[in-house]
Design a protein. Structure first.
Length: 111
């Protein structure tokens, strides 16, 4: 499911064809109403907060994108209760190998 604010960047025959071809559903929210997509807004706030925490050591601004990427990479490979302990990356890619590797690593650290 993709939600957008109907702002124009996700409108067009090519976009609709791509979504239909890949079984992606979409919803348009009202423009300039970010509260209508709380999950995305919360995720964006979380990324900014975690990236900020990673660069608190007064690193140059050039490290911000790296800090955000590091947080996103890590969070996408960390078990989450919303997937019953599954790994988001493995769920999106259907990569069983990633799931099993993470389970082994999790068990190792818990013991």
């Amino acid at each position: 499911m993709i939600r957008d604010d109907n702002g124009g960047e996700f409108i067009g025959e090519e976009y609709y064809d791509f979504c239909a071809e890949h079984g992606i559903q979409w919803q348009h929210t009202e423009p300039h109403e970010p509260h209508q997509n709380n999950v995305a807004e919360h995720t964006n706030e979380e990324i900014v907060a975690r990236a900020t925490a990673l660069v608190q050591a007064k690193l140059p601004p050039s490290f911000w994108s790296l800090a955000a990427s590091a947080y996103i990479y890590t969070s996408n490979r960390t078990p989450t209760s919303s997937l019953g302990g599954g790994i988001p990356y493995a769920h999106w890619t259907m990569d069983v190998k990633v799931q099993s590797q993470t389970e082994v690593q999790t068990r190792t650290f818990e013991n």
